[in-house]
Design a protein around this ligand. Structure first.
Ligand SMILES: *Cc1c(COP(=O)(O)O)cnc(C)c1O
Length: 409
């Protein structure tokens, strides 16, 4: 399978010999499912009865008036069960697990969102479930650990390395190698060895399929620009995939600019000088790494965007120029969150607010004839303490006021 799953040199499957057969089986089952017309229909039925699909598109009337330029629409992935687009991926992979007659799932999780989504899927389908989570993250994300355990999952704190997400991924792979016969590894984003990037994108493409249809039905036309935040890249690829072949639709991926691209404290792999192409965790892509290939520490106010690698499909779309990549800073993200809550009564996750921040930065340069579509990947209830801290900080309050003024300049 070494020649498969490459996107202009990015991607691939760099696997230990022992995992090759398991990946071959997964790819085979995935391709069979994809070619089975009933499979997608079953998937849509499941998502419409268990996870609020199709998610609506909301006209952000007050924000549109506020910026005075384009009409702004929001694709509401926050209304999914468990609060984010992650449900699309885990439920899809759950259906594949049933096709493979496996009985156990494992997953990595950083902030805990993917762990909760996977444990939810396992409860619904009756699978055994083990979640690997860095010890540091277990401490930081107590409520998510609580729910994973109530949902029947065993949460294993990973004590290796820096005890965060990438260490949890390594540990999950180690488990998989010893339990391949019974176990499927539910990877959380469009990263990792082939076929994961393609497979996760396939399930998330439900976002773009719906959005394209909804825009045509309600507006009679496609949007001018689409914005999505980029962690591993799955929600961005999900919405973009509905519009890749519409050259008039501009696609913008927004990474975590953290404290600023020149500070080294960010998680921008596709628009900073701190990333380089390399092979790690079984695939080739841009990683935040130094000249010796040592992975760098990442920072973002949004835990879900805080990752050293990025989908090889997005690296490819960067090289071809089909997607433009930008970065929004923590400060800009808090300002955008505050404004969106106040104007529209919706609470975007801090991850999603990166897309909002970039859209707001560009909105006043577009005209009344333009349409902006923002993918709201998740809901912000989970960010209560981070947002509360930010709002109590006088420096940030001042920044938010200044920023709001500047939008009109
Ligand atoms: C996990 C997460 C992300 C980042 O993941 P992608 O694979 O880049 O989509 C973004 N938004 C929310 C709400 C998340 O939970």
């Amino acid at each position: 399978m070494l020649n498969r799953g490459y996107y202009d040199g990015f991607g691939g499957a760099y696997l230990p010999e022992i995992l090759v057969a398991t990946f071959d089986e997964l790819e085979k089952v995935f391709l069979e499912a994809k070619n089975d017309p009933d499979f997608w229909q079953n998937y849509e039925n499941l998502m419409s009865t268990y996870s609020c699909r199709p998610t609506p598109i909301t006209f952000a009337e007050n924000l549109s008036r506020y910026f005075g330029g384009p009409r702004i629409y929001i694709k509401r992935e926050d209304l999914n069960h468990t609060g984010a687009h992650k449900a699309n991926n885990v439920m899809g992979q759950g259906l594949l697990v049933k096709r493979m007659n496996k009985t156990r799932v494992i997953a990595e999780t950083g902030a805990g969102q993917h762990g909760v989504a996977t444990a939810t899927m396992a409860a619904k389908f009756g699978f055994d479930c083990t979640i690997y989570m860095g010890e540091v993250d277990v401490e930081r994300q107590r409520p998510n650990v609580f729910w994973m355990e109530r949902l029947g999952a065993e949460v294993i704190p990973v004590k290796e390395g820096t005890r965060i997400l990438k260490d949890a991924i390594n540990e999950a792979f180690r488990d998989w190698v010893t339990h391949m016969d019974t176990t499927h590894y539910v990877l959380g984003t469009a990263c990792g060895p082939h076929p994961f990037p393609e497979m996760v994108t396939y399930f998330q493409s439900i976002i773009g399929k719906e959005a394209r249809k909804q825009m045509m039905e309600s507006q009679g036309r496609l949007p001018t620009r689409i914005y999505a935040c980029v962690g591993g890249g799955s929600n961005a690829l999900g919405i973009f995939s509905g519009f890749l072949h519409d050259p008039a639709v501009e696609l913008v991926g927004v990474e975590a600019g953290g404290k600023g691209l020149d500070t080294g404290e960010h998680a921008s792999r596709l628009c900073s000088e701190d990333a380089a192409v390399g092979v790690a965790q079984g695939y080739k892509t841009y990683f935040l790494q130094n000249h010796e290939g040592q992975m760098k520490e990442t920072h973002s106010i949004a835990a879900g965007l805080d990752y050293v690698g990025v989908s090889p499909i997005l690296s490819h779309l960067k090289e071809t120029g089909r997607v433009r990549f930008e970065a929004a800073t923590d400060d800009e993200v808090v300002a955008a969150t505050a404004l969106t809550i106040r104007k529209e009564g919706v609470i975007p996750a801090l991850e999603s607010a990166h897309a909002f921040a970039q859209a707001f930065r560009e909105a006043s340069k577009l005209s009344h004839d333009d349409i902006i579509l923002i993918n709201q990947s998740g809901r912000g209830d989970k960010d209560i303490f981070t947002v509360a801290d930010a709002f109590n900080d006088p420096k940030w309050q001042q920044f938010i006021i200044e920023k709001a003024k500047k939008y009109h300049a």
